[in-house]
Design a protein around this ligand. Structure first.
Ligand code: PEP
Ligand code: MG
Length: 595
């Protein structure tokens, strides 16, 4: 599932398109094409007098961010570009234009995007109507300079990066019951889909370990990714069958196909008693080896689903989703409430809270206005937190305080050397002291671990393990960094494969380091939710797996059918092979003997 298994070659009368299965299930219904931010209009709506100050402050912050951004850009530009940027800087401080936005907000009572768009159109229209080529160019500059501001307004309002004088797609109403079609979605946009009532997702880009795919799996919304140029092949309202079990999309299906899929999707589910038996069944192999299965969650309330699926706790709480999609970053008390909600739902089972993994494709706050050349290699996760100590300390205090009410554990993401871990542990020590000073209870023996998601961490896992209570292998990033291939880029999806010998060696090294240093090792990347991978990983020595709740049942079923002795033999043979394809074939053949 984390590799290319969703690709199917289909030739039949009706139009069937192939993609990558990202979240299983079947959906039938009309499509709704989500506007691409590159082509969308801006939204306009009336506001009341009390909202004027908030709209102005949004504009003012966006203006300031734009000025700072241009000043940074000016440092390393050539002369011609500097002239343009300087002109933009002057426009963003224009003594007539800027106060006019405030006045228009007060008199017209419209949202700031609408007011700004009208003002820009009016000014540039006047310049163009002179017929003077020089002034017409200044019109372009005005649009450009304030396009940047508009983009920051959208980013601040929705926690996304908007583009130019356009509508942000985050404001779009999505009709419930439709299958959403988009080029791609940012995690912050995907967050708003949870309660939207959509029945499926089809994306032209993205991979099975993109954060949209991860959320779709968590929320059990069938999803297929990487269906190239799909949006241009359908119209709003057109009926499609989304067969995410097989990575397929059928456009304008025949009545025969519709009824066959309807029968399939309406097949009676299991009875309450059957579900109870499935959930209570222990995760033990035929020859008695016990595995621990935990759940990955993005929102506290998902802990309920984890319990309902029989998870033995949460192995990964992606805390950054609490920070996304809102204008103000959550304070210590807001975070505490969320962590406590999850801890209480989980009772005494573990709750591993990963500290803020912002950056990369999950930008928050000031990161939104950055233009990093390689965000995935940039100022993200622990790197960002160590530079923003107040934010980091507040999160650590919230986690510590929640640990008074459950088996809460702390996990640092994207660690790439021992110094980073030392620095994070220092901040944690200060946070503990602060809790003591305030008289706030916390678990003094709280377990603290790290994610192994960079090759640097995997190779030095023995050094890191000496300072950590546990290590959790994040294969989503580990594959991407080991194979030097973006986890969302469909063009290089053939390289993104956890069965690649290089990746398996990184994993084996981490497992061995855990054994040598008596440090618990688990896996919370999507590979841990793929039954065939779990078979191989058991054989490599792994015993603890954390996955989307929706995957627990399938993984448990595999474990109960398998024998550890077989898995060990298979893993030993696999480690001798030189290609992912050969390893997959070997594992699949072994698994066939269990059917
Ligand atoms: C991972 O990288 O495997 C992981 C679990 O973290 P995320 O998917 O949130 O990057
Ligand atoms: Mg990761």
């Amino acid at each position: 599932m984390y590799a290319r298994e969703g690709f199917y070659a289909i030739v039949e009368g009706v139009r069937k398109l192939e993609g990558l299965s990202a979240s299983r299930g079947i959906a039938i219904g009309p499509v709704f094409c989500f506007p691409d931010e590159d082509t969308a209009e801006i939204s306009r709506y009336p506001i009341n007098g009390e909202a004027v100050d908030a709209e102005w402050s949004l504009f003012d912050t966006a203006l300031e961010t734009s000025r700072r951004e241009i000043t940074l850009l000016l440092d390393d530009r050539n002369r011609e570009q500097s002239e343009i940027l300087n002109a933009h800087l002057l426009m963003l401080s224009d003594p007539e234009f800027i106060p006019r936005i405030k006045r228009d907000l007060e008199t017209r009572l419209l949202n700031v995007e609408a007011v700004l768009q009208d003002a820009v159109e009016e000014s540039s229209g006047i310049l163009r109507s002179t017929g003077d080529a020089y002034l017409a160019e200044r019109a372009v500059d005005i649009e450009d300079a304030f396009g940047r501001v508009m983009s920051h307004v959208a980013a601040l309002r929705h926690g996304t990066q908007g583009k130019g004088l356009k509508r942000s797609s985050t404001t779009t109403f999505i009709p419930p019951g439709t299958i959403l079609v988009a080029r791609n979605l940012k995690p912050s946009q995907a967050l708003s889909l949870k309660d939207s009532g959509i029945s499926g997702i089809i994306l032209e880009e993205g991979g099975a370990t993109s954060h949209v795919a991860i959320l779709a799996r968590s929320w059990r919304i069938p999803a297929v990714m990487g269906v190239r140029s799909f949006a241009s092949q359908v119209e709003d309202g057109q009926t499609v069958i989304l067969d995410a079990d097989n990575g397929l999309v059928i456009v304008s299906p025949t009545t025969g196909q519709l009824s066959a899929y309807r029968v399939q999707s309406a097949a009676p589910g299991e009875s309450g008693k059957e579900k109870e038996t499935r959930i209570r069944a222990p995760s033990v192999t035929r020859d008695g080896a016990r595995m621990v299965l935990r759940a990955n969650i993005a929102l506290a309330a998902e802990a309920e689903d984890a319990i309902a699926e029989g998870a033995e706790g949460v192995g990964l709480f992606r805390s950054e989703f609490l920070f996304m999609g809102s204008l103000n970053l959550p304070d210590e008390e807001t975070q505490l409430a969320s962590y406590l909600e999850a801890a209480r739902l989980l009772k005494d089972t573990p709750l591993v809270i990963r500290t803020l993994d912002a950056g990369g494709d999950k930008m928050i706050g000031e990161q939104l206005s950055l233009t990093e050349k390689n965000p995935l290699l940039g100022w993200r996760a622990i790197r960002f937190c160590l530079d923003r100590r107040e934010l980091f300390s507040a999160q650590l205090r919230a986690i510590l305080r929640a640990s008074a009410e459950g088996d809460v554990r702390i996990m640092f993401p994207m660690i790439s050397n021992v110094e980073e871990l030392d620095a994070a542990l220092d901040v944690l020590e200060e946070a503990k002291n602060e809790c003591e000073r305030r008289g706030q209870a916390y678990n003094r023996r709280i377990k603290t671990g790290i994610m192994i998601e960079t090759p640097a961490a995997a190779v030095c896992a023995d050094l890191l393990a000496k300072k950590a209570d546990f290590m959790s292998i994040g294969t989503n990033d580990l594959i991407q960094y080991t194979m030097a291939c973006d986890r969302e880029n469909t063009l290089v999806a053939h390289l993104y494969d956890g069965f690649n010998p290089a990746v398996l060696r990184m994993i084996q090294k981490t497992i061995d380091a855990g054994t040598q240093t008596h440090t618990d090792v688990s896996m919370c990347g999507e590979m841990a939710g793929d039954a065939a991978s779990v078979f191989l990983l058991m054989g490599m020595g792994l015993r603890n797996f954390s996955m989307a709740s929706s995957r627990i049942s399938a993984v448990k079923e595999l474990i109960r059918r398998a024998s550890l002795a077989d898995a060990v033999e298979c893993a030993e043979a696999a480690m001798e092979l030189s290609a992912a394809r050969e390893i997959r074939k070997l594992v699949q053949e072994r698994l066939k003997t269990y059917e």
